[in-house]
Structures are given as C-alpha cells and as structure tokens.
Write a protein that binds this ligand. Sequence first.
Ligand SMILES: *Cc1c(COP(=O)(O)O)cnc(C)c1O
Length: 384
Amino acid sequence: MARASFEDTAEPTAAQAALSIDLDAIAANWRLLAARAAPAECAAVVKADAYGLGVARVAPALHRAGCRTFFVALLAEAVALRAHLPADSRILVLNGALPGTEAAHVAAGAVPVVNSLGQLAAWRAEAARRGTALPLVLQIDTGMARFGLPPSECAELAGRPELAHGLAPAILMSHLACADAPSHPANETQLARFAEAQERLAAALPGAAASLAASSGIFLGPRFHFDLVRPGAALFGVPPTASAPNPLRAVVRLEARCVQVRRIAAGDTVGYGATWTAPHPTTVATIAVGYADGFLRAGSNRGACCAKDGTILPILGLVSMDSITVDAGPVGEGGLRAGDMVEVIGPGRRLEHVARDAGTIGYEILTSLGGRYERHYLGGGDAA
Ligand SMILES: *Cc1c(COP(=O)(O)O)cnc(C)c1O
C-alpha cells in the first residue's frame, strides 16, 4: 500500500466505525525513541496485541524500522508474535514462566523474564536438561512490589552467584513506578537501588545489559537509559510525560458514523437512567460506538467527539453498549446527518483528552479498543 495520511483515507461505505492505525507513525516513534536513548538499544513492548493495535501488523513494521528486541507479557503472546518476526529477533516474556512452562518458552523461541529465585532454579534446570546455556533475563524489584526479585532474594543471589551458573547472562532489569512524573522522588530512589543491585549482582550476571526505562523513563534523561530501553505506549502515541508537550506522532484515528439525528424538547431526557435532561430544545445525534467497542462508560455525560468541521460534540447521557448520544446543535453547514462520520479519537479529539474524559490513561483506551471496527493500516512499507 502506498503511504497514506489520515486525510486521504477512503471512508468505508458500510462500516459503522473505522479504526485507522498509522504504521509509519509507529516506526517514526520507534526511531525517535531509539535516537533519544542511543547508544542504548531500543526494544519494543508489544504486549496485549501491541496495546490493542494488532501485533501481526505492528511487530513487522517495528522490525523493518530496526527493532530486534520485543517484549510481551504472556507465553501465548510470544507464540503468536514468533510467527510474525524473523529469527534474528528476541522475544522476552515479562510475566515470567509459570512452573512447568519453561520448555514451552524455549519451543516458542522466547525467553521468560526470571522474576524470583524459584523461577531462576527452574530456568537453570531447563538449561541443564538441554545442555545449553539459556539466556538469563533477570528482573529485580526496586519499588513496585509487583514483579522481580525482592531485596531479600537479590541479597541471596549476590552472596551466592552460583545460583545463576549454567545460564548466559543477558539482561538485568527493573521497572519504574512514577516515570511519567519527572520530579517524583521515587525515580531517583529506584535509580539508586538499581545501580546498587547492578554492582552487587555483577558476579552472578557478568556482562549482562542493564535495562530500567520504559516509555516515560526514556524522557528522564541518559542516567536512566543504561544499555536497553523498553518503550511500549510511546510507540503508539501516548504522551510519556504528563506535564510536557508530546513529542510523539499520533498513531490512532477512530471514526464512527452518525446513525440518527432527532430534535428533542426542553425537559426530554436522553439515554438509560434518564441522566441528562434537555434544558432547552436540543439536536441529539446517535453515534455508532459504545462500551462494547471500548468507548468507556466512564465517559458518560463527560466525553465528546468531533464533527468533520472541528465542532466538539459533547456526550449527552450514559454511554450505551453500541452507541453514544451527542449534542449535534453546534454543528454548522446543514448540521450532522445520518451516515456522516464523526471523529472519536484523532487530531480533533486527542487520545489524552479521550482518556482524561473517561478518568483514565491512554493505555487503557488503546487496550480497550473493540473488535467490531473496520481496521485500516496506513503505511508500514509492505504490500498487505
Ligand atoms: C508494560 C511494560 C513496559 C512498557 O511500558 P510503557 O509505559 O508502555 O512504555 C516496559 N517494561 C515493563 C516491565 C512493562 O511491564
């Protein structure tokens, strides 16, 4: 497919809603992040089906851009991803191996992140069974209490480096809790803990690359970059720092059709629960996107979408399963008519605003995008 911009996307004829995913923008975002992090290597986190955008299309586009290290969360995601990547790419599984799944990871061409001493023993046993030094990617907990060796296990491994023998040290990693808030003191605390652990574990993992930063961490500066950075959300246009301008390109455009327009009288109510009452005669348009499509119900009476002419259309009433209702009064030039497309996410309704209206983050908006959209992939440098 030729390079296309959002502007020249052909409107589908029958689809009630269309999702455009700009693979060129994803590749450009990866290059921007890689340049910022250089000389560190830039990986890509494509868990949860590439944050809802379709790993089968996203991962090959990232590979073409130059990415060779990919993170997913689950073994099943690794299996699916392996089919879309050349053998020169490594796939690392963040949630680690559940007991007894070590061999399945090897069969998938994936490496589980080792998150505890128990997992370390099981991964060593797998290596011993095979007579090969499997790669060791070890995560330590520096302040999230979620994944990784707790401080007590770190200390034990530091004192007994032989616990890691028989494996090929690849990566020592940890994860930041507050990286989107650059002045949060947890960033420096975690950085210091990580640097200290790196030193203490040098005998257990000689020569391992170090990795601390995800999307937001890259923007905390070079001290946070170490040898490998792991952006996910920023690849897909989510702003890495809440308080700073977003340097990344928008990736997603979601449009939905207006399916009905009506005039209601003062005192009439809109939607389930009759939560919105018209203060005066109002033009109400029904738009074909609802919570079953990932338009979060939390956006009821708060969110908006955007007409072709840029007019903001505030949501009236509760979000339904298959539709929302908006105030179409402000639209000029003949108004809004059945069949017209309105923008739900895009240049007129940026992802961060959609997230804010629903009281959440861009991550949740993207990973909630439903399966009913007609999907268009733009660019990507391939023929599909
Ligand atoms: C999800 C995840 C990432 C990517 O985070 P983003 O904020 O999306 O860049 C990186 N590392 C770990 C351990 C993760 O769980």
